[in-house]
Write a protein that binds this ligand. Structure first.
Ligand code: AMP
Ligand code: MG
Length: 653
């Protein structure tokens, strides 16, 4: 199967919402053909404001650097011919001239044969002198003369005028990105301002009735606008000047006004959201009315990122990024940034990649180029790339990832154990010192904080207890945190420790039945009473947990085969249970104490769940693991765990 490359649908009204998916290459080709991206124009920038800017014309040195012949050493300006025979055994005596040349002091006296003038590093060479003798090879002979024990080649220990940069020589070529070193060169030859490419001003608009700007409180059903800040920061990273227009409601008049304003005031417009059917139609019709040729690609065979829409309106690029933040980031970096960089005069982005083993199979959809975020860790046989498995709605997958895997449109996935190229998100990536793969727990946070303060770079990859043990078995992590109950003995964790690993005790996490504290129906009930009442009364709605989780085993035991209303609502985390009950999507569920507290819920304790650490025996003595174990036992950690309702276990395993 090949990447679908269908032509654009004709723009008839009833086909406006038809998404004709183009391959990545075709979409880019159409967009760049319509836009012809090139730098927007030159402007003059003072040196203080040109870090990261791109030089729009080559710069020639207006003066010689250094501007005069100068000394490279502290010593004496001499005539080399005087010293041709000087050695330790036969030193040569030179009479001192009556001046000392410091930096910034013009010499007044010439150096005649048989004389020398004291000179500091950076001091201008006096007339007659052709070399500098360093002070270490001389001895004073009273105040007025010196003995010299070495010869000096002509030009020795001095620099000639223009030897660094010669007047008229091109010192920086147009297209150079100005960093500290380039700014240093310009400053050295006295350049106070340079011509740089004008930074494209790019309008950033978020669309959606649900969006709130961070800093303001969230109402029900609202979320924070993350795309706005993400896109603005990414624009700045790519040499553009973001102009924030905030979030516009899903309303034709508001959107049209904002779009027209943005298009008139800026060089490019980037919208995000509003790409779903229905709401989307509105955006696309408005964009087509902004100017010709309008939309050139709508729907690109990328995952994430299919709803991407690319347009050019009267010579200015207009883009609609998908609403989901991860999709928005990917499409921005993959498709939009390279084109905007050309408008900014910025060179193509430097990309770095590494080869890494992919430990698990990664499925992929045929027909779309798929990008999979990956966390890198170092195993005994090289780097390992764990896919960061989150939905395309997850913002955090970007920050937990070090890079991404690319699965091309013709493949339906990557096999477990295959070695792949990972494109690094940050070319200066450093793998973590300590890798923790398994079940995640809020109790880990104070420990990881402690490690960070101690300079140990750690990475916790939450994949669940069993997958953590598997990673430990493959040598891909140092520590696997687990909470697994042995159904036979009822004991936690000990039975699951594999050969070659040791168990380190962690803490007990009280689990309980949670309900809204104001819910009168639970007032004064014991756990047993609450359970009987809630499980049998159809007016009570429960929230369950996903099969395979320890909490689910507990819930099923408590229910003894009953399946009350809400049983099929099976979220994957303790927090989701707390949120469901607090927000009245359910009346009761089972979760851990800190979550109950965070949501202000009533809590009837059921039992303590043990959360422990399985450590590879070969790594127990490694400095990062030792740092982890000492952070685990630190009094601050114990206190922090107790504060959130956990019970640290001090007895040895
Ligand atoms: P849409 O394309 O508007 O249908 O949005 C798709 C998804 O992305 C929805 O869950 C939106 O709430 C979410 N979304 C849209 N815009 C933003 C944004 N600026 N920040 C965070 N999430 C967003
Ligand atoms: Mg929306």
């Amino acid at each position: 199967m090949s990447a679908p490359t269908k032509p654009l649908a004709p723009a008839s009204a009833d086909q406006a919402q038809f998404l004709s998916v183009l391959s990545r290459g075709e979409a880019l080709a159409r967009w760049t053909a319509a836009l012809d991206p090139r730098p927007l124009g030159r402007e003059t920038a003072p040196l203080e404001a040109c870090l990261g800017r791109v030089l729009a014309r080559s710069v020639a040195a207006p003066i010689d650097v250094p501007p005069f012949d100068r000394s490279q050493m502290d010593g004496f300006a001499v005539r080399s011919a005087d010293l041709a025979t000087a050695t330790d055994d036969a030193p040569v005596r030179l009479v001192l001239n009556a001046e000392t040349i410091a930096c910034g002091v013009s010499p007044a006296l010439a150096v005649a044969a048989g004389t020398a003038t004291p000179i500091a590093t950076g001091g201008p060479m006096p007339r007659g002198a052709d070399a500098v003798m360093m002070i270490e090879h001389t001895d004073p002979d009273g105040d007025a003369a010196i003995w010299v024990r070495r010869s000096a080649p002509p030009g020795g220990a001095m620099a000639y005028a223009g030897s660094d940069m010669a007047r008229g020589e091109v010192v920086l070529r147009g297209g150079a990105v100005l960093g500290a070193r380039e700014i240093g060169m310009l400053a050295a030859c006295g350049v106070a301002a340079v011509e740089v490419w004008r930074r494209p001003r790019v309008a950033v608009l978020s669309t959606g009735d649900e969006l709130v700007q961070s800093g303001s409180p969230l109402g029900p059903a609202q979320i924070y606008d993350s795309n706005g800040p993400i896109v603005a920061a990414a624009l700045a990273e790519n040499g553009c000047e973001p102009v924030r227009f905030g979030a516009v409601p899903d309303n034709a008049d508001a959107l049209e006004a904002a779009l027209r304003d943005a298009h008139a005031r800026c060089d490019a417009v980037i919208l995000s959201g509003g790409t779903s059917k229905g709401a989307g139609d509105l955006t696309y019709r408005l964009i087509d009315r902004l100017g010709s040729p309008g939309i050139v690609a709508h729907g690109v065979a990328l995952k994430p990122g299919k709803p991407l829409c690319l347009a050019v309106c009267n010579g200015k690029p207009v883009v609609v990024l998908p609403g989901f933040p991860t999709s928005a980031m990917f499409t921005f970096h993959d498709i939009v940034a390279p084109v905007l960089r050309r408008l900014a005069g910025q060179p193509g982005r430097a990309e770095a990649s590494v080869e890494a083993r992919v430990p698990v199979r990664v499925a992929s959809e045929l027909g779309r180029t798929e990008f999979v975020m990956a966390s890198l860790t170092r195993a005994e046989d090289g780097l390992v790339a764990f896919p960061v498995s989150k939905s395309s709605g997850a913002v955090s997958s970007f920050s937990q990832a070090d890079g991404f895997l690319t699965i091309d449109a013709l493949h339906d996935g990557l096999d477990a154990g295959s070695t792949r190229t990972v494109t690094l998100l940050d070319p200066g990536h450093r793998p973590p010192d300590l890798v923790i793969v398994g079940s995640h727990c809020v109790g880990l946070e104070p420990i990881l904080d402690e490690l960070a303060l101690a300079g140990v770079l750690s990475r916790s990859i939450p994949v669940g207890s069993l997958a953590g043990l598997a990673a430990l078995g493959r040598g891909e992590c140092d520590i696997a945190p687990i909470h697994l109950m042995d159904p036979k003995s009822g004991e936690y964790n000990r039975a699951f420790v594999p050969e070659g690993a040791v168990l380190i005790r962690g803490w007990d996490r009280p689990q309980g039945l949670v309900f809204r504290a104001q819910d009168e129906r639970f007032a004064g009930l014991s756990l047993q009473q609450a359970l009987e009442r809630a499980a049998d009364d159809p007016l009570f709605l429960m929230v369950n947990r996903n099969p395979g989780s320890g909490t689910r085993i507990l819930i099923d035991r408590l229910l003894g085969g009953r399946k009350p209303d809400g049983y099929w609502n099976q979220p994957r985390s303790h927090n989701a249970v707390g949120a469901a009950v607090a927000q009245r999507r359910a009346d009761w569920g089972v979760t851990i104490k800190p979550v109950a507290d965070a949501y202000g819920l009533g809590f009837l304790p059921i039992l303590d769940e043990r959360y422990d650490f399985v450590v590879r025996r070969s790594r127990v003595e490694s400095p990062p693991v030792r740092a982890f174990l000492s952070a685990l036992q630190a009094p601050e950690t114990v206190a922090a765990l107790q504060r959130i309702g956990f019970k640290p276990v001090s007895d040895p395993a």
